[in-house]
Design a protein around this ligand. Structure first.
Ligand SMILES: Nc1ncnc2c1ncn2[C@@H]1O[C@H](COP(=O)(O)OP(=O)(O)OP(=O)(O)O)[C@@H](O)[C@H]1O
Length: 621
């Protein structure tokens, strides 16, 4: 038992080292040009949106641009008014009341327009950002559902939860604020710059003089920031994973007096996250402030150049004023772009992580496969090696299990028994060889047929934090209360229900925390009985159970396995001596097949295991 536990611990340690590279060795994300990365992010968000969302985002951007035009109208009017004043002063026609009324009407219309377009822009952008996030979360969950279960053994659940809940939320300000701001920052200054150059190329150049330098500083800050944001996202995923691990394993840790050590690992992850966040801010502050300062330098340059030209009589005072006001409209959006930097790069890290999840290949879904002829199960030279493992878990395993019979898989720890069940339930696909149900390769069966045909009862089936009845109904959601209660009675769950405060409506707590191990097992058997599948896979159903519970579970089992194709994994040979067929596995290979008596008579591996177990039965503490 101890060595088994050790092996499991080693296995999970191996898995976690596969998934979490040591600190400091994370791969930095590829850092392209700033513009390239930003365009790539916008393109990816665009690709991830459906046509309706795209329309919404476009409307949001168009409304923002329209609001910007409305803001520009009073500035343009200022130019017109100044010119008119100059004309009037130089002896032109005096300014009429009608003109003043027109100007006022234009300002009012522009203000109302700005209000309306801003309202529309805000609404569209917020709605688009929430809808996109909802859509991305659903897409991530749908992808997770379709991934082979092997993926979930190598990925920490806390990390996945952090991605779907926390990291994707970091995209909200990107879709709502950063993307429209950046598009605005690219378009508005461009339009104004062209206008200024056209009006007076010398002043135009002065207004644009500081922008190349500001862009260089911006590019520099983004390179560092992209790497740090990815590191921070990874640190936050790790912290979430450690937290989940800590909470789930607190009972085991306490039993082994290792709560301090576990808390230490969690604390380390939290410290790493904190340091990554502080490091991000520290590294960002200088370039960001520098960028904003260089941008701010634009106005003094314009004023200086304007003053020189004014003194030399080369520039009209009205044009000078226009440049002073309009150059501010160039720097404003650029400054806003700088301020959006953080959300942009953090969002980019979130999109990278989502992209990595969505890039995990999912097996093609078979739509309408052939129907199996009966429910015989056949393993035909099946081999499988776990990703990252140094040796195969199964090597050319062949055996058959006839419908209506019980086939037991026995062998020492690590022999490959559970792997056989997992491959049959298509949690993973074999590397080579074929598994057939009713003569059909399970890869050709559509997932619904396979799901309906096979029930798996694990050693420790997961119970949801729902009522006892709903947990049983999980086996067949359309079952009515009577059917659920019958299944419960057959699995002796009625006895448990009688003791619970609200009977079958009592909530069982996350993972079934409020029930004993044997009770949880009986509940999962009730679930399997309700499902009523023709092929039943049992993974050590009575392991580590007391005599009373074992008797109850055995009774429940006899109801479940009648007239089915049953494959049962067992360590205690006593529980499977009456099996129709016993398949003995050793280091991933089938070494013997036969009935109990036949195998004993053969005096091989099984007979030795049996003798060893008989000997240990006489042990007394
Ligand atoms: N997720 C995994 N990743 C890597 N190796 C694994 C994984 N699961 C199992 N293995 C390895 O595959 C081999 C077969 O494991 P399996 O769980 O099928 O054995 P078993 O006979 O059911 O053992 P036990 O009775 O101890 O549960 C073992 O060497 C095991 O360490």
């Amino acid at each position: 038992m101890e060595s088994r536990r050790q092996r499991r611990a080693e296995r999970s340690a191996r898995m976690s080292t596969l998934t979490s590279p040591p600190a400091g060795q994370q791969e930095a994300p590829p850092v392209g040009t700033v513009a390239g990365r930003t365009v790539a992010l916008i393109r990816r968000l665009w690709e991830l949106s459906d046509p309706r969302l795209r329309r919404q985002q476009l409307w949001g951007i168009v409304a923002r641009m329209a609001a910007a035009v409305c803001i520009a109208v009073p500035i343009w009017l200022l130019v017109v008014v100044l010119q008119r004043l100059r004309e009037a002063n130089l002896g032109g026609p005096p300014i009429s009341q009608r003109e003043v009324l027109w100007w006022s009407a234009i300002v009012v219309a522009a203000t109302v327009g700005q209000f309306g377009f801003d309202l529309l822009a805000q609404r569209q952008s917020w709605v688009a950002s929430f809808e996109l996030l909802g859509e991305l979360r659903l897409r991530a969950l749908e992808h997770l559902r379709r991934l082979p279960l092997g993926y979930h053994t190598k990925r920490q659940t806390g990390d996945l939860t952090a991605l779907v809940t926390h990291h994707l939320s970091e995209l909200e300000p990107v879709v709502f604020g950063a993307v429209p701001t950046i598009i605005g920052a690219a378009l508005l200054p461009l339009v104004i710059a062209v206008g200024l150059l056209f009006e007076d190329w010398r002043m135009g150049l002065a207004a644009l003089a500081t922008i190349p330098l500001a862009m260089l500083v911006y590019a520099w800050s983004q390179r560092t920031f992209a790497r740090l944001a990815a590191e921070r996202a990874q640190a936050s995923g790790q912290a979430a994973a450690r937290f989940q691990e800590y909470v789930s394993g607190i009972a085991v840790a306490r039993a082994h007096g290792a709560t301090g050590e576990r808390a230490g690992r969690l604390a380390q992850a939290l410290v790493r996250h904190r340091e990554a966040s502080i490091g991000l801010v520290n590294k960002l502050v200088v370039p960001l402030v520098l960028f904003l300062t260089v941008i701010e330098l634009g106005l003094p340059v314009v004023l200086l150049a304007g003053a020189f030209l004014l003194i030399g009589g080369d520039l009209a005072p009205a044009t000078f004023l226009v440049f002073a006001v309009l150059s501010l409209r160039i720097y404003g959006p650029l400054r806003a772009m700088g301020e959006q930097t953080e959300s942009l790069r953090v969002g980019e890290a979130a999109v990278d992580r989502l992209g990595a999840l969505l890039a995990e290949p999912v097996p093609a879904e078979v739509r309408a496969g052939p129907a199996p002829q009966g429910h015989d199960v056949e393993f035909d030279r099946v081999s499988y090696t776990y990703p990252g493992a140094s040796r195969p878990a199964l090597r050319s395993v062949s055996f058959g299990a006839t419908a209506g019979t019980v086939t037991a898989l026995v062998g020492s720890s690590g022999a490959g028994k559970t792997t056989c069940l997992h491959l049959l339930a298509q949690f993973f696909a074999p590397d080579s060889g074929t598994i057939r149900i009713g003569g059909v390769d399970i890869r050709e069966l559509d997932s619904r047929t396979l799901f309906d045909a096979v029930t798996v009862v694990f050693q420790d089936s997961y119970l949801f934090s729902e009522s006892v009845r709903d947990n049983i109904r999980f086996g067949r959601p359309e079952a009515d209360d009577d059917e659920v209660d019958r299944a419960a009675a057959q699995a002796r769950v009625d006895e448990i229900v009688a003791r619970l405060p609200q009977g079958a409506d009592t909530l069982v707590g996350e993972g079934g925390a409020t029930l004993s191990g044997g009770e949880r097992q009986r509940l999962s058997l009730a679930r399997a009985i309700l499902k009523d599948a023709p092929i039943v896979l049992l993974d050590e159903p009575t392991a580590a159970m007391d005599a009373t519970n074992e008797r109850h579970v055995q009774q429940a089992l006899s109801g479940l396995i009648r007239d089915r194709t049953v494959l049962v994994v067992a360590h205690r040979l006593g529980t499977v001596r009456h099996a129709d067929r016993i398949v003995v596995l050793d280091a991933g290979e089938v070494v013997e097949v036969g009935g109990h008596d036949e195998l004993l008579a053969r005096d091989g591996r099984y007979a030795r295991m049996w003798a060893e177990q008989e000997a240990t039965r006489s042990w007394r503490l």
